[in-house]
Design a binder for this molecule. Structure first.
Ligand code: B12
Length: 209
């Protein structure tokens, strides 16, 4: 796995994708592969923070992850069921365009039999409220990766309250910046820094555990 972390950190797309294919063929769990990819991306982020990498490199790391996801998705979705276990509305909050993690969560939820309504990126609070009202979902997932955008997750929850919808929907926030402190600040029901936690959350809300 060290090889994979290094290939992503060094932005070697072909090598990274080849290693992922090799690991999957060898029967390594897709979740373990994903964890190594995350480690590589965190290293890229750190190099960006330190001024070693620039926006171009950051963008390229996102592209590498998308190529890897093409290989990983079928494995993450293994065991797909046709039955709909329930609806989930999800999106990245206003001001934030990071969606690699959100898309992984979506793939995983679909693989576990959930109907996912993806509102995309940079989503204003009013759109989340509208989607919750119109779909009658019991779960809303909010994604944010920036220190400057996590307060927007609180705005969404406050708007749900104003619309009288807060009691009808459970909210889970996700992204590397999420913690118990952030959950408390936003008023969300739970937080996740892994995609699988989102699945467990939905299972408990919809009574599938
Ligand atoms: C790729 C990347 C980009 C790409 C995004 C491409 C894309 N389509 O998403 C681009 C180049 C566009 C980008 C832009 C920027 N980025 Co950026 N980016 C990253 C990087 C390297 C990787 C993010 C990623 O994809 N991780 C992989 C995924 C799989 O992980 P994840 O998102 O955390 O998701 C997992 C979990 O958190 C969880 N999860 C996530 N969401 C949800 C939601 C729910 C409901 C649930 C249940 C779970 C869940 O499940 C996922 C799978 O396990 C990070 C580094 C890092 N440490 O995160 C920086 C990082 C997030 N970016 C950063 C910054 C500063 C920026 C910019 C402001 C840079 C700039 N000066 O313009 C812009 C912001 C643009 C904007 N308005 O949003 C900083 C944020 C610092 C902070 N905390 O505020 C980071 C941390 C880099 C750094 N160390 O400085 N970025």
């Amino acid at each position: 796995m060290k090889e994979l972390v290094a290939a992503i950190t060094n932005l070697e797309e072909e090598a990274a994708v080849a290693i992922v294919e090799k690991k999957l063929q060898a029967g390594v769990s897709a979740h373990d592969v994903l964890a190594a990819c995350n480690e590589g991306l965190i290293a890229v982020g750190d190099l960006f923070s330190e001024g070693e990498y620039f926006l171009t490199e950051l963008m390229f790391s996102g592209e590498i992850m998308n190529s890897i996801m093409e290989k990983l998705t079928p494995y993450l979705s293994a065991g797909e069921t046709t039955a709909t276990k329930g609806k989930v509305v999800i999106g990245t909050v206003l001001g934030d365009i990071h969606d690699v993690g959100k898309n992984i969560v979506i793939n995983l939820l679909k693989g576990h039999g959930y109907e996912v309504i993806d509102l995309g990126i940079d989503v204003p609070a009013a759109e989340f409220v509208k989607a919750v009202r119109e779909t009658g979902t019991k779960v809303l997932g909010l994604s944010a990766l920036l220190n400057s955008t996590y307060p927007e997750m609180k705005t969404v929850i406050d708007e749900l309250k104003k619309a009288g919808l807060r009691d009808s929907v459970k909210v889970i926030i996700g992204g590397t910046i999420c913690s118990e402190k952030v959950r408390e600040f936003t008023g969300a029901d739970d937080f996740a820094t892994t995609a699988i936690k989102g699945v467990h959350f939905c299972n408990s809300v919809y009574g599938h555990e």
